[in-house]
Design a binder for this molecule. Structure first.
Ligand code: ADP
Ligand code: MG
Length: 397
């Protein structure tokens, strides 16, 4: 490398998407005193409160040093909050540029309009069934890891066909709740009644028929499903484990039906999981869950890693399945606008405790706890005007 190339290389620092070590990465990048900082999906994996802190740090540094910031993101909220100007890209081409306000209020290109239409947090909020029938009753559920209380005696119920969102920062215990309900891990105390039966004292064998009624969809389907298996194998494996559901001569037809139901093609059955995009894999994971005819699907950050338009399509799909099949959902998420659009009721978690729970309208329109208020305020809105109002409100204390 020539001295000149080295010095120009020094003036550009790059930050890629971070999980947990973002402060260190920012510090390391800034040691180079760059003229330009490229942040590639830097805050995508972070929860809303940490994201807000990282963005405000970058903003401060920019004002102090005058460095340019190139933010690569699929999150319109990040654009509204942090950008002076934005460039919209589709399939390797710049289709539109403008200030965030210009793009939000007067998008010219159909692709920009499509992105904006997909931004979460703009739909109608859901109501609540007036005659609830509890199918899941959780009392005093707790989990200790050594001396650390990851979950501190939480209590809640879930009604038939209801969507209960679990919202909280990362590390607040959301996934632990999911793992304990499905007995992927043993609870340290409490009870979990599923349709009146306490699951916790049961052996895995005794629990099998109940376990089948509760399915799970994870953030990354390749962690729970073998990426080299074909879609047919992945879905029909459910019936190998539970042979009473469907005779073997009906498997092919049913796989085709399920794939159609989740918006894929019957011909996709022959392909391996790794040949699909992230959004398609989630559809396959949902089809696999449906193969067991569950009454409850637990989605643990199932749409969190997807970009807005794919995320919106999946939420639509889940909503359709919910209406058609009457399935209940426990919808674990760290992104408030997505929860706002999808949930009937919301549990807000902080450090292993439920700080607040209530109908989605109450949580979003009149949150009682300051923690909930902070969490909601930290969620970024795609509307630059709303973002600047929030910033002003935060600055005013
Ligand atoms: P969330 O899903 O809300 O991000 P988790 O339920 O995964 O949070 O974790 C809750 C807390 O429990 C975190 O502090 C996490 O570090 C801790 N934890 C989770 N699993 C384990 C484990 N196997 N051993 C020790 N601590 C754990
Ligand atoms: Mg989690």
């Amino acid at each position: 490398m020539t001295a000149r190339a080295r010095s120009s290389a020094r003036s550009i620092a790059v930050l890629a998407s971070a999980t947990g070590s973002e402060w260190l990465m920012i510090a390391m990048a800034l040691v180079l005193k760059p003229d330009i900082l490229i942040a590639d999906e830097l805050t995508t994996a972070l929860d809303v409160t940490v994201q807000a802190e990282v963005l405000s740090l970058l903003d401060e540094l920019q004002h102090e040093t005058g460095m340019g910031l190139l933010m690569i993101t699929h999150d319109l909220g990040v654009v509204a909050e942090a950008a002076d100007r934005a460039v919209v890209m589709e399939r390797g081409l710049v289709v539109e540029t403008g200030t965030p306000r210009e793009l939000y209020h007067a998008p010219k290109h159909p692709y920009t309009r499509k992105l904006l239409a997909a931004a979460p947090g703009k739909g109608e909020m859901r109501g609540i069934d007036p005659a609830p029938e509890a199918i899941l009753e959780v009392r005093g559920l707790k989990k200790n890891y050594g001396g650390f209380e990851a979950l501190k005696e939480i209590t809640f119920t879930l009604n038939r066909g209801e969507t209960l969102a679990v919202l909280g920062e990362s590390g607040s215990g959301k996934s632990t709740v999911a793992r304990l309900l499905l007995k992927l891990e043993a609870a340290s105390g409490g009870s979990v009644h599923w349709k009146g039966q306490d699951l916790l004292p049961m052996s895995l064998r005794q629990m099998a028929p109940f376990r089948r009624q509760m399915q799970m969809v994870f953030q990354d389907p390749t962690q729970s499903l073998n990426p080299h298996m074909t879609v047919f194998q992945i879905i029909s494996e459910a019936w190998v484990i539970h042979p009473d559901i469907l005779p073997k001569d009906r498997w092919t037809a049913r796989v085709a039906e399920l794939l159609t139901q989740v918006g894929l093609e019957p011909a996709h059955a022959a392909r391996a999981l790794h040949q699909f995009s992230g959004g398609q894999r989630q559809r396959i994971a949902i089809a696999r869950a449906l193969a067991l005819e569950p009454d409850l699907i637990i989605c643990d950050e199932a749409v969190s890693a997807l970009d807005v338009s794919i995320q919106a399509q999946l939420i639509d799909l889940l909503g359709k399945l919910r209406d058609e099949l009457g399935i209940a959902f426990i919808f674990i998420a760290h992104d408030p606008p997505v929860v706002r659009d999808f949930a009937d009721r919301v549990l807000v978690m902080k450090r292993g405790e439920i700080v607040e729970q209530g109908p989605v309208r109450q949580i979003f329109e009149a949150p009682r706890q300051s923690y909930t208020q902070k969490l909601l305020a930290a969620g970024l809105d795609a509307d630059p005007d709303i973002q600047s109002e929030r910033r002003a409100a935060l600055a005013a204390g």
